[in-house]
Design a protein around this ligand. Structure first.
Ligand code: FE2
Ligand code: FE2
Length: 172
């Protein structure tokens, strides 16, 4: 049986996933104000995904009979220097979240909590994809630099991103 420390740390992770959602919602608003509706859509989809990450943690804790104690969520920033700055901050944040899951995995290892380890594997894999997605956009924006035409082309591409609840697909 896993100790309270594991459950407390997973409980705390709900806060980080919800903060991620809050951050990307703020980034989506930034892009809407800038008239970049494709980027705004991409960030809105990202915000929705983070909600599902939080819900998956919640569902696991409930199924383990662990106590739920929801923590306060910080307010995200609302101003950035440029689209590149936004995506770079997003990538930085995803790397932080990855470090959180590595820590959680270490904790599950240490406490020989096999169920939590198997549960956390989904997030470890998901973080590889998250970092890859943000890195891809950072690289594209670096390439685009001040080319307004290229930026609007990319914006058009990003308008096509649709929300898929991958937490449900993984369990099917
Ligand atoms: Fe997440
Ligand atoms: Fe994420």
């Amino acid at each position: 049986m896993a100790g309270n420390k594991m459950y407390e740390a997973l409980n705390e992770q709900i806060k980080y996933e919800l903060y991620s959602s809050y951050l990307y919602l703020s980034m989506s608003a930034y892009f809407s104000e800038a008239g970049l509706n494709g980027f705004a859509n991409w960030m809105m989809v990202q915000a929705k995904e983070e909600m599902t990450h939080a819900n998956k943690l919640y569902g696991y804790l409930i199924s383990r009979g662990a106590p739920i104690k929801l923590l306060p969520i910080d307010g995200p920033p609302s101003a950035w220097k440029s689209p590149l700055d936004v995506l770079q901050e997003g990538l930085k944040h995803e790397r932080f979240v990855t470090s959180r899951f590595n820590m959680l995995m270490d904790l599950a290892d240490k406490s020989k909590d096999h169920a939590s380890k198997i549960f956390l594997q989904w997030y470890v894999t998901e973080q590889v994809e998250e970092e890859e997605n943000f890195t891809d956009l950072v690289n594209k924006l670096k390439f685009i630099k001040d080319d307004g035409g290229a930026l609007f082309m990319l914006d058009k591409d990003l308008a096509a991103r649709a929300f898929v609840d991958s937490t449900q697909a993984a369990e099917a």
